[in-house]
Structure formats: C-alpha cells, structure tokens
Design a protein around this ligand. Structure first.
Ligand code: GTQ
Length: 358
C-alpha cells in the first residue's frame, strides 16, 4: 500500500521532527517499535543464572543478624536476575526468594493477590499457617499459599528454617491487580488441627457436599515423603523422558490440575547415569536441587549443581541435565498459564548440545 505523500515527505525531510511531533501528541510510529512489540521469537526471558547454596545460606544467616522478621515482615533475599536489575524478577514473569526464620520468630500474617509457593530447603519444625490451619515444614515439602489467603510463618523448633519462595507477582502486576492487607493479629487464629486439609481433601475422598472455592486448592501441603513415594513408583514402571527425566507435577487432588492458575510446580528425578537431551520451552523456570548433584547446561553455560543451589532457566533457552548420582530437582514456571492462554510451545533436541551456538 502506498503511504500518504505527506508522511513520505515528513519522513524524508525531517523524520526526527515528525517523530517528536507525534510523541507530543502521544503517538508512536509502529515501524520504529515493531521489532519490540512483535518479536520473531522470545528474547526477553532474562539471563541464565546460578546461585550456590553456601552463598545463599551465608547471606541469609547474615540477614538474620541485621533484621528481625517483625521489622522485615518477611526476611527474604530476593533472587534477582541481572537482566532485570532493580525489579526483583527471577524470570520475566516469576519472583523467587530465599526466606529464613529463626527459632522463636514469627513472620506476621498478611494476604495478597499474588499466590505463593514454598519449597523447604533446610530445617524442620517451622510452620506456615493458611486459612486457620498450620502445616509443619520438613525439607523437600511443597507448600502453597493461594491468592488472597492470610498466611504467617513461625519457627517453634531450635534451628533456623530456610525455604525457597516462588510468587506470581509479576503476572499480578502486569494486570495491575494487586491488593494486600495485614491481619490484625501477627499469628492468625488457628481453627483446624495441624495438617488437617491434607487428611480431608488429599486421600481420594471428599467430604459430602464439598464445594470448591475457585481458584483455591483446599490442599496446601505436599510432604516430601509422599513426593518421593510417587517418584519411586514412577521410576519402577514408567519410561524416562529423554529430556525431562521422571517428572511429577504437583496438583490439587480435588481438580487434578495445578494448585495455581499461574504457576506449574514439579519434582523431577534424574536417575544416576542420566544424560539428558536438550529441551526448551516458552516458560522460564526457577529450579532448586532437592537431593543429589549433577550438571545443568543452559545454552553454552554449564553448572555443577548441588543440594539447595537455585538456578534460572530462561524462556526458550536450550537446556539439559546430566546426573552421575540420582538427582532430584524442584522447578516452577508459568507453564500452566501459558498453556491456558494457548501460547505454550516446546522443542526437543536429539543431543545435549543442540542449540548451544544459537
Ligand atoms: O512468605 O508471605 O518471598 O508475602 C515475598 C512476599 C514471601 C510470604 C516472599 C511474601 C512472602
């Protein structure tokens, strides 16, 4: 289509002046920003990054000396991707942090639109309270705080407890939908026995007349012992995915779907000797090693990863895993959201190094 003569003249004669005039009237030439608005493939997922556990733990212990949980509200070191400096993002869409709570401390009760997940890294005997019920945390446990539910944490044991936090804050903020509130009491009133919701809703049975409270999962605790049992059963009978190993996704047992509409969480076992083929998907992921040690390759970067290390595999980056000993990795991403939106794509390579040069 031919352009109007006036536009051609303006572009040729004084393109800058024209652009400035447009900007004064809150207009932008699409042809200047087309590449950013409609990219040919994902390029803005941030950098691959790896935090070693001794470093994370050391800084968290130091944080426990400089600030209390009451002052901080949550004593968390935010895992910030250097591609998003100052924004507190681990990936383009996800937040991650390492939280520490000392014996006797309480992280006061609050609620917010963002949903949160936790993967316990160290220590036993802290609790998270959600909607009037506490669960007692042990390493490897997966715990969720559904959107807009009051939650507080406390440590009644005799050693620090540390866990990985994952939140969908950047999805909420993209949509400008955040609301938050502090509970009038620092510890919310407890109305249920500890761990009761798993007993009531997590056994393939539902109380007669049970009504779902969308989008909340009535189960908010997946103990690691049960996750291990499931993975061991899968290992005994199922084929091993050439890229993903043995992967189990956490689901709300009353719906069979992810406990969140925004985040997928999974536990993967890479059996000793596993040499994975490269894989990529549009969902960037934050991962942590729950047990074992292995090698993770992302593009042309390679890391040796050990217990409680955290790393980011950005969207559309080829990556692969290898393990000389059994390696168990927890991961969360925005996969369920992208699938729902119809954006989901993934690709599999036939060798661990495919895509390294891209
Ligand atoms: O434990 O409630 O890492 O509200 C960030 C925000 C943890 C929490 C975070 C939070 C929490």
């Amino acid at each position: 289509m031919s352009q109007p003569a006036a536009v051609i003249a303006a572009e040729r004669g004084s393109a800058d002046e024209f652009t400035k005039k447009l900007a004064d009237d809150n207009l932008q030439p699409l042809w200047h920003i087309m590449g950013r608005i409609a990219a040919h493939s994902p390029t803005r997922g941030g950098a691959p990054i790896h935090w070693q556990w001794p470093l994370l733990r050391g800084h968290a212990m130091k944080a426990a000396e400089v600030i209390t949980t009451e002052e901080a509200e949550r004593r968390v070191l935010v895992l910030e991707n250097p591609s998003f400096a100052g924004e507190g993002r681990a990936t383009n869409s996800l937040y991650a942090g390492v939280q520490i709570i000392l014996p006797g401390e309480v992280a006061p009760s609050h609620k917010h639109t963002a949903s949160a997940l936790r993967l316990v890294m160290e220590g036993t005997g802290a609790y998270t309270a959600v909607d009037g019920e506490r669960v007692i945390m042990s390493p490897g446990d997966f715990i969720v705080t559904p959107s807009s539910t009051f939650h507080d944490h406390g440590n009644r044991a005799d050693a620090p407890v540390l866990w990985l936090d994952g939140l969908d804050v950047f999805v909420v903020n993209l949509l400008n939908a955040p609301f938050g509130e502090e509970h009038p009491q620092s510890s919310q009133p407890i109305t249920q026995p500890d761990g009761n919701s798993l007993k009531r809703f997590g056994q393939g049975l539902l109380p007669y007349g049970f009504a779902r409270q969308e989008p909340r999962s009535p189960v908010f605790w997946w103990p690691y012992s049960r996750t291990c049992e499931a993975l061991a059963a899968m290992r005994a009978t199922d084929p091993i995915d050439p890229s993903l190993g043995l992967r189990m996704d956490f689901v709300d047992p009353t719906s069979g779907r992810s406990p969140f509409k925004t985040m997928t969480a999974s536990m993967s076992l890479f059996p000793a000797g596993f040499r994975g083929a490269a894989y990529r998907s549009v969902s960037g992921a934050v991962m942590t090693v729950v047990e074992g040690q292995g090698t993770v390759r992302v593009g042309d970067t390679e890391w040796t990863v050990g217990k409680n290390d955290v790393f980011v595999v950005p969207s559309w980056n080829w990556h692969s895993f290898s393990a000389d000993e059994d390696l168990t990795i927890f991961s969360f991403s925005d996969e369920v959201l992208q699938r729902h939106l119809g954006f989901w794509r993934d690709e599999r390579a036939s060798s661990p190094t495919q895509g390294v040069a891209t």
